[in-house]
Design a protein around this ligand. Sequence first.
Ligand SMILES: Cc1cc2nc3c(=O)[nH]c(=O)nc-3n(C[C@H](O)[C@H](O)[C@H](O)COP(=O)(O)OP(=O)(O)OC[C@H]3O[C@@H](n4cnc5c(N)ncnc54)[C@H](O)[C@@H]3O)c2cc1C
Ligand code: FES
Ligand code: FES
Length: 481
Amino acid sequence: MKQEQKPGSTYRYNRISFYLNGRFQEIDIAPGISTMDLVTKQLHLYGTKCSCNEGDCGACTVVIAECREGSIVYEAITSCIYPAAKLHGKHLITVEGLGTPKELHPIQKALLDHHGTQCGYCTPGFVMSLFACLASVSHPDQESILAALEGNLCRCTGYQSILAAAAELSREHDPSTIVPPWCRKVEPKLFAFAQKPLEVKKPSASLFSIDNYLLPGDLQELKDMLALYPEASLIAGGTDIMVQVNVQRKHFDTLIDLGNLPELRQIKLSRAGIHIGAGVSYSQIMDSGIAKCDLPELVKLCRLIASKQIRNFGTLAGNIGNASPVGDSLPLLLVYETRLLLSSQSYSRECALRDFFIGYRLTALEPGEFIQEIIIPIPPRTAFIKSLKSSKRKAEDISAVVSAIRIEEGGKAALAFGGVAAQPLLSEYFASGYSPEVDWQALAEQVAQEFTPLSDVRGSADYRRQMIINHILQYREAYHG
Ligand SMILES: Cc1cc2nc3c(=O)[nH]c(=O)nc-3n(C[C@H](O)[C@H](O)[C@H](O)COP(=O)(O)OP(=O)(O)OC[C@H]3O[C@@H](n4cnc5c(N)ncnc54)[C@H](O)[C@@H]3O)c2cc1C
Ligand code: FES
Ligand code: FES
């Protein structure tokens, strides 16, 4: 990388290479364009449908295949908020790839046989979510099927016929009959790409001179780019950023996408604890043996965040970087005594998560810095750790109040809340520790007065105060139960 080159002229890396339904593509893309817009407006494939344009309904679901840690994974994602630049080096599978009206894919046939479609607008999304599920697991159980479909909404069929189709598919098929041969043919290419990444090329000069969407090739290049564009916004999964682009029409001069960097997509163990790279998705955490063993409450909480399609590319680092007062992971990460490894071109430093949030959506991140790793010290096995989320529905809903507690055998304790102040906070009332004489009811009422919740569409200030009390009393039951 040559730093003397003029900013804005160097890194408009928009010519990406990927496979689309088995065929290699090398194309120029607009910076920040979503996969949905690329597929429908530029590639003129109209099977993928857009309904909400903010990741909520699943109509736009497509499947991404890529090589990760030596295996090929097939994951459903919501294409309306999945930046097309992330397709580089991956295989994009859309509904057009799977079947034709004359030769339906088994999933399409099962939906037809079970009357699992009426107006059909949501159907391509259901087909693709089922495809990812059935391509990944042999004979998934009902729980896995429900998890795979929780991000797909249907307004006219009702879900029973879709679930009946899914149950039949699970009984009668396995990945060998679900994944078509042309998909299998691309897999060696994806392995090869993981060994030796394809170069991201500059686009033809005439294209898209307004914004920059930068895809660093490695960690050093990310640091160099941030030194050159210290005010750039970072994008990990994009599930927050792309909603801001699509719905709030927010303009970004420069976005730097770190979500594809292999160095940042790992979960590692050290004496300091568990290191979760900034590009690690929620789904990766849920699948990680390390996380399941030492951070089971985090794994449980991830299951309550968004939907499968969002968890497949949304990250913990993005939840932290977004600094929303209701980011679901934040209270739990606070009671875990999480530290962040913040890096820039010239240095790295550690910052305790409790010092990272400094106001409403404000963080201690300096220009040119990024979150490289989230470091969670392994809690003692005997520690009581629990998190609760209050929202209107289980899947795909932002919390009104979210909280977490930790009590250790020696009395060390922490209690944290989100959704009750401008930023996620630890309660002062638990900071000095837990004693068996604690009056939980009195504690709950004190904590409810400690915070200053707002009223908004998710709940009034009074409702939120009541939720604080309810959460603490539920913790009492669980702790003594
Ligand atoms: C349909 C839908 C449902 C959702 N449901 C939930 C939910 O239930 N609970 C919940 O908490 N959230 C939810 N979200 C919000 C979102 O998915 C999460 O906040 C997610 O963790 C964001 O991660 P990301 O990688 O996609 O972030 P991005 O969109 O990539 O980034 C988010 C912010 O973090 C910054 N950032 C990203 N990476 C870094 C880094 N390495 N260093 C510094 N800054 C960085 C970005 O600049 C940006 O400001 C939902 C979103 C959608 C679209
Ligand atoms: S269009 Fe609704 S999730 Fe993408
Ligand atoms: S079939 Fe009409 S929305 Fe699902």
